[in-house]
Design a protein. Structure first.
Length: 230
């Protein structure tokens, strides 16, 4: 790929990212029907792409039906978790945004740490670009985001001394779970013999490609929160 093509692709990816952030941000802020509609539409889109992957690797009708049932459960639980956080939790915008920021920080931290440091791959046969350095970079970025959000939530820097335990409690497991969701989707794509789950988002592939880590993290986040009862 030449420099012009890379620049063009970067422009498309950037524009798509801006549009996605604007739509997600508006729905998150408005809540109610707007957020519910976005979650439902994304879930339906992911299920459609999931079904496309299933058809690519499941050889028989019974296998396809079993995978489809799993897809409905997996995506449905994640969608319900996101809706539950925004609809029923105290300070719902804050906690929903925290989850989203942790997942995004994990991706960004992993990308830059992986590119800068490199080193051993985690599972090269599933996702050749993922390294252990990237995972630790994602964890570091996630923990930094949690620390910043704690200060913003309490509007007091000293809150870190009281709520410091939230930094490792959220910043350690959530990036690992999000990366696990990423690996899971990568495994499905590799089994189906495709690079992306779809072509809906210019420069980014499909919806499943964009929310693979968020699906797993959202389910864990809700269950984990009930256990910690913060």
């Amino acid at each position: 790929m030449n420099a012009g093509a890379r620049k063009s692709d970067l422009g498309v990816r950037t524009l798509s990212a801006i549009v996605m952030l604007a739509v997600a941000g508006a729905a998150l802020w408005l809540g109610g029907a707007a957020f519910t509609a976005l979650v439902v539409l994304v879930a339906l889109g992911v299920l459609w792409e999931f079904w496309g992957l299933i058809r690519g690797f499941a050889p028989s009708l019974p296998a396809r039906l079993l995978w489809l049932i799993f897809a409905f459960i997996y995506v449905g639980l994640a969608a319900y978790a996101l809706w539950d956080i925004r609809t029923h939790w105290a300070s719902p915008i804050y906690w929903t945004l925290l989850l989203l920021l942790i997942v995004w920080a994990t991706d960004i931290g992993a990308y830059f740490a992986g590119r800068a440091i490199g080193g051993p791959k985690i599972a090269p046969r599933i996702s050749p670009s993922k390294t252990w350095a990237g995972l630790f970079g994602g964890i570091a970025a996630s923990m930094a985001i949690v620390a910043v959000m704690i200060v913003m939530y309490f509007n007091d820097l000293s809150a870190i001394s009281e709520k410091w335990w939230l930094i490792p409690a959220l910043g350690l497991p959530l990036p690992v779970i999000a990366q696990g969701g990423d690996f899971f989707e990568s495994g499905l794509k590799r089994a189906a013999g495709v690079k992306d789950s779809g072509t809906l988002i210019p420069g980014h592939g499909g919806l499943f490609d964009r929310v693979d880590g968020l699906l797993a993290a959202a389910i864990f986040y809700v269950l984990y929160a009930r256990g910690l009862a913060w």
